[in-house]
Design a protein around this ligand. Structure first.
Ligand SMILES: Cc1cc2nc3c(=O)[nH]c(=O)nc-3n(C[C@H](O)[C@H](O)[C@H](O)COP(=O)(O)O)c2cc1C
Length: 137
């Protein structure tokens, strides 16, 4: 078992494609939320969460939120990274999510990583590099 977990939810596969590359860079264990219980996710030292924009607020990704709310109270003091795909605008959901994390004692890694729709090859490279840096964080 790696000490880094990459865990994601995806509606159409774009955030999954990012997650695969972040996990490759971080040498992390990779799970979709239905594949890992919240208490097992919390056994990892570092967790990178992937969730796409499903509205202007983070909470609108309800499928992910339900799982995340079970993990969130256990994230105190943990190193976490957040990433996801979006369709338009400037990534309001990610600002909202990052603001939410900043109100906790979790240690947020860098600026969140976003890709517009399906990650391009440049986005994929950025995902691998993000994962590599997160593993060293
Ligand atoms: C119900 C729904 C709501 C969405 N709302 C937003 C939004 O508010 N802002 C945005 O940038 N993209 C929005 N999108 C677009 C998705 O974030 C975008 O297609 C993304 O690539 C999906 O990632 P996924 O393939 O990982 O599910 C929405 C998509 C759906 C299906």
């Amino acid at each position: 078992m790696s000490n880094v977990l990459v865990v994601y939810w995806t509606a159409t596969g774009n955030t999954q494609a990012m997650a695969v590359k972040v996990a490759e860079g971080a040498n992390a264990d990779l799970k979709e939320i239905s594949e890992i219980a919240p208490e097992d996710a919390l056994k990892y030292e570092k967790i990178a969460f992937g969730c796409p924009a499903m509205g202007d607020t983070f909470e609108e990704a309800e499928e992910f939120l339900e799982w995340y709310l079970q993990v969130e109270p256990g994230l105190e003091g943990k190193k976490i990274a957040i990433f996801g795909s979006f369709g338009w605008g400037s990534g309001e959901w990610m600002e909202d999510w990052s603001e939410r994390v900043s109100q906790t004692t979790s240690i947020l890694f860098e600026q969140p990583l976003m890709a517009n729709e399906a990650p391009s090859s440049d986005d994929e490279e950025a995902c691998v590099a993000f994962g590599q840096r997160f593993a060293k964080f």
